[in-house]
Design a protein around this ligand. Structure first.
Ligand code: MN
Length: 244
């Protein structure tokens, strides 16, 4: 029995190496897995399920094949693909998860998040996030013609690249106090998230007990995944994308 966690693949047309690695991941590591969780930013951009690109179809078909073979697949939104909807999930044979979601990981209560909501020092981004996660705002956005949304996505991306260049390193990371607060609210000894592109396993104290924060890695030069099996500590693993 194995449960796998991945995030931040940022699939896009300009990175066929990442798409290739993902397809090979599904055909190798993920084969026979009980569950596969994708914790956000699976795609670099998402402007609505009505934009059907060959890349999206390829990803959906590959996930569907894994799902048909018996692996349960869960998808969580990231800050890039938060408009990903039920239509894509249905095609991929995946279930859409709320952020955060509480699961029982082989006996350990575990909180799953994308991670961007923990980066509270970035006040400007949190304002933007609150606006974009408003259901009415999303409805309005999705009602715009596809070409408008494509244009908007390009602009957003340029803006994000320009602002993030000037931001201090620690602003782009989670706020440690908010991590503890969140874990205390949910009473969990384990948190798994992505987003920050700082893969690591952190020890911390929550409600006076030892707890763990596992940060998944982004797929770029390396392929990262977390492997959980009953009775063992979850293991954060990586492999060079070139050799994967
Ligand atoms: Mn992200």
């Amino acid at each position: 029995m194995t449960t796998l966690f991945i995030s931040d693949l940022h699939l896009e047309e300009t990175r066929p190496d990442i798409t290739g690695a993902f397809l090979r991941f599904l055909e190798s590591k993920a084969q026979g897995a009980e569950q596969l969780y994708i914790l956000g930013d699976f795609f670099e951009a998402w402007i609505g399920d009505d934009e059907r690109t060959p890349l999206q179809d390829q990803a959906a078909e590959a996930l569907r094949a894994l799902s048909d073979s018996g692996t349960r697949i869960f998808l969580m939104h990231g800050n890039r693909d938060f408009l990903l909807g039920e239509e894509f999930c249905a095609r991929a044979g995946a279930a859409l998860l709320d952020d955060p979601t509480l699961i029982d990981l082989y006996g350990t209560p575990t909180l799953l998040m994308h991670g961007d909501s923990l980066c509270t020092a970035d006040v400007e981004y949190q304002k933007f996030r609150a606006k974009m996660r408003n259901p009415q705002m999303q409805k309005m956005l999705l009602a715009r013609p596809l070409e408008d949304r494509q244009q908007m996505a390009r602009q957003l991306r340029e803006m994000s690249m320009a602002t993030n260049q000037g931001k201090a390193e620690d602003i782009m990371d989670v706020t440690p106090d908010d991590v503890v607060r969140t874990m205390e609210v949910y009473k969990v000894p384990q948190l798994i998230h992505g987003h920050t592109h700082r893969p690591a396993v952190h020890s911390l104290e929550v409600n006076g007990e030892t707890a763990k924060r596992i940060v998944l890695g982004d797929w770029d030069k390396n392929v990262w995944w977390l492997e959980a099996t009953p009775g063992q500590e979850p293991e954060l693993k990586k492999a060079a994308i070139s050799s994967f």
